[in-house]
Design a protein around this ligand. Structure first.
Ligand code: ATP
Ligand code: MG
Length: 341
């Protein structure tokens, strides 16, 4: 079971880390298969960064076990370090250097000859859409460019396991998409990625499996489909042309969607919370129900100006799994940093 080449990239049991009275990790069990993006989803203060720091050997756990590719993080940290990379920690870029200078320097540090370091650097900059910024100092990069050069630096040597700790928090939608594309490329090349995030949408798009953590514990685990079908299929938002049709639209939606439909403060808007119950695999059911509802609204002569199907938010996930919203999870015993992001 502990032979140094197991099937799993990461395996932990009963992992505990305390900071004073705070149990940042309170008995975490994880089994991360190789070759996928594994999402760790949780609100501020859930223990995501602590888990990443323990698994990448930067921090020592107080109890439990953790193995990375079969190597115990406590007994054999060097073997673990030789196979992992952590964005923004091991690979820290220098603000005063250009993109190219940073990558060539780091490439030399990990043993590439000069021509190989230059070639690798140029290829990564191109893959990450940074060719035009290659000769600009990193301190002049935008937030999204900065995040991309950080990831580029951390995969110079194609690690077996890459930790990405909230790589898209604070990025605009376009930059977020670019980071997602990079993560897909990295995984396609055989690297296992452990990605922490506060966005269910992000975990859903990228991850093969997701662990939801709260107060240092795994409270749900599974594929995105399993997770979504356990928390509901999301919600349907409708804006009507004519506010006078709202009561009729509300009755019709409630019947077709078999879900509670609530009027919004805006007199033309309605929101239906899909239960996902009985529709089988998550996601699919919601989209099907929503398009049927749209067709029936049209058939009833109700003009719809806007119609959207939203995925469950992290809040909805937490509300379902824990009975309380995510904000509260971060509220206690924290040092106030959680409002950043
Ligand atoms: N070095 C530390 N000293 C004291 N408390 C800490 C330390 N690091 C983390 N904590 C506490 O441990 C808990 C988990 O923190 P952690 O940073 O792992 O959460 P997180 O899920 O990464 O949150 P975020 O989404 O805000 O990054 C929090 O209550 C945090 O305040
Ligand atoms: Mg964190």
């Amino acid at each position: 079971m502990s032979t140094p080449d197991t099937e799993l990239a990461i395996e932990t049991s009963g992992l505990v880390k305390t900071f004073g009275k705070t149990r940042a990790l309170d008995g975490v069990d994880l089994a991360v298969p190789r070759g996928i993006v594994y999402g760790v989803l949780g609100p501020n203060g859930a223990g995501k960064t602590t888990a990443v720091r323990v698994l990448s050997t930067l921090l020592r756990a107080d109890g439990g076990q953790a193995r990375v590719f079969g190597h115990d993080v406590r007994r054999d940290p060097d073997a673990v370090r030789s196979r992992v990379s952590l964005t923004g920690q091991y690979a820290s870029v220098d603000e005063d250097l250009t993109g190219t200078e940073n990558l060539v320097l780091l490439g030399r540090l990990i043993g590439y000859g000069k021509p190989a370091a230059r070639e690798r650097s140029a290829r990564l900059l191109e893959a990450f859409g940074l060719t035009e910024a290659a000769d600009r100092q990193v301190k002049n990069y935008s937030g999204g460019m900065r995040r991309r050069i950080d990831i580029a630096a951390s995969i110079l040597n194609t690690p077996d396991l890459l930790f990405l700790d909230e790589p898209t928090t604070g990025l605009d939608p376009r930059s977020r998409n670019q980071v997602w594309e990079i993560v897909r490329v990295v995984v396609a090349q055989g690297t296992t990625v452990l990605l922490t995030t506060q966005y269910l949408e992000e975990a859903d798009r990228l991850a093969g499996r997701i662990a939801v953590i709260d107060h240092g514990r795994v409270i749900a685990e599974g594929t995105p489909g399993e997770l979504k079908s356990s928390v509901g299929a999301g919600s349907v938002h409708v804006r009507l042309r004519d506010a006078a049709q709202r009561p009729e639209a509300q009755r019709l939606l409630a019947r077709v969607l078999d879900a509670p439909v609530e009027p919004e403060p805006e007199p033309v808007a309605l929101t239906a919370r899909l239960t996902g119950g009985g529709t089988g695999a998550g996601g699919q059911g919601g989209a099907e129900q929503a398009s049927r509802a749209l067709a029936e609204l049209a058939a009833a002569g109700i003009t719809v100006d806007d119609f959207s199907l939203g995925q469950p938010s992290l809040d909805e996930v937490f509300l379902t799994l824990t009975g309380r919203p995510a904000e509260q999870a971060a509220g206690d015993g924290d040092d106030g940093k959680e409002m950043a992001a």
